[in-house]
Design a protein around this ligand. Structure first.
Ligand SMILES: [Ca+2]
Ligand SMILES: [Ca+2]
Length: 276
C-alpha cells in the first residue's frame, strides 16, 4: 500500500531529523559572541563563549571525554589564542593580571560556570593540555573538568545567544580564535543532575561553531516560530523570516541554521499564541 505523506507526517519527520543533535530534550550547546579583534597584534581574531544549555533545575558537574566519546576541541582554519599568562582553565584566569597582561581576559580556556578565579572551585583530572596551550587541538579520552555537586557554579544562568535571545545554561568555555574564518569543532559529554537529582550524560559526538556564534546543536525553543519573542506567532514573525531568507540563521526555526521553505511551513503550522 502506498504511504501518503500528510503535512503532519512531514513535520514529524522533520522534527525527528533534528532530534539527533538534541538527544535530551532541552539540552544543547549554544554560543555567545564576545567580540572581534579583542586581542591586539595577533591578526584577525574573534572571541566566543560556549554554553551548555540545561533545563531549569538541572546542574552541571563535569565536561569529560572517555574512550567511547573522547573530548576533542579542534580549531579549524586557524588556531586558539592562548595568552602567555593564561592557562587551560578558568582557574588560571585571574583578574589581578588584567592591568599588566590584558590579553589574559581573552584567553582560551575551559570552565564550569565561572569566567575567572573568583568564587571558582573547578577541578580537573587526566588532562594533558600541552597541545591546547600552544594553540592547537585538545584531546582527552580519560579526562574531565568537574566540580563537586555542592558547588552552585554548575547551575544554569540566563545568557544571550548570538542572536541576542535569552537562553539558560552553564558557561563551559571561552575561545578566542585566531583567523577570521577559523572555527571550533569538537566532541565531549556532560554529566549533569536533572531536576529530580538523576544523573544525565548528554553526549555531543560532533558540534561546530564559527565567528557568527551559531552552533549546530542548540536547543530548539518550545515556541521557535516566535522570532520576536512576544509569545505569539504573528505576521511580524513571518516578515522577519522573509527578511532573513537564506542569510539569517537568527530567523531559523527548524534548527538547521538555514532559513528556507521548511521554516515557513513550521511558522504556518504554529500560527497564533505560543503554547503555555
Ligand atoms: Ca512573535
Ligand atoms: Ca531552517
Amino acid at each position: 500500500m502506498r504511504r501518503v505523506l500528510t503535512p503532519a507526517t512531514i513535520v514529524l519527520t522533520a522534527f525527528a531529523a533534528t532530534a539527533s543533535a538534541d538527544a535530551i530534550d532541552g539540552v544543547g550547546l549554544s554560543a555567545s559572541v564576545v567580540g572581534t579583534n579583542l586581542v591586539e597584534g595577533v591578526g584577525e581574531n574573534y572571541t566566543i563563549r560556549l554554553w551548555a544549555e540545561l533545563p531549569a533545575g538541572w546542574s552541571l558537574e563535569a565536561v569529560a571525554g572517555n574512550a567511547a566519546l573522547p573530548m576533542h576541541l579542534t580549531p579549524l582554519d586557524g588556531t586558539f589564542f592562548q595568552a602567555a599568562f593564561g592557562g587551560a582553565t578558568s582557574m588560571s584566569n585571574n583578574p589581578a593580571f588584567y592591568p599588566i597582561a590584558p590579553d589574559v581576559e581573552w584567553d582560551t580556556f575551559l570552565t564550569i560556570g565561572r569566567l575567572t578565579t573568583t568564587d571558582n572551585a573547578l577541578r580537573e583530572i587526566g588532562m594533558d593540555w600541552a597541545n591546547f596551550e600552544s594553540g592547537g587541538a585538545h584531546f582527552a579520552d580519560n579526562g574531565s573538568i568537574y566540580i563537586l555537586p555542592v558547588e552552585v557554579q554548575g547551575e544554569p544562568v540566563t545568557f544571550q545567544d548570538a542572536c541576542g535571545q535569552d537562553r539558560e545554561g552553564v558557561l563551559i568555555g571561552q575561545f578566542t580564535m585566531l583567523g577570521a574564518t577559523a572555527s571550533l569543532s569538537g566532541s565531549f559529554f556532560l554529566q549533569a543532575k536533572d531536576e529530580l537529582g538523576q544523573v544525565q550524560r548528554p553526549e555531543f559526538a560532533s558540534f561546530a561553531v564559527g565567528a557568527d556564534g551559531h552552533t549546530d546543536v542548540a536547543v530548539t525553543p518550545a515556541c521557535s516560530s516566535d522570532l520576536d519573542g512576544d509569545d505569539r506567532v504573528s505576521v511580524t514573525d513571518l516578515l522577519t523570516l522573509l527578511e532573513q531568507w537564506y542569510d539569517g540563521p537568527c530567523a531559523d526555526i527548524s534548527g538547521d541554521a538555514v532559513v528556507d521553505a521548511q521554516d515557513v511551513m513550521y511558522l504556518v503550522e504554529s500560527w497564533g499564541a505560543c503554547p503555555e
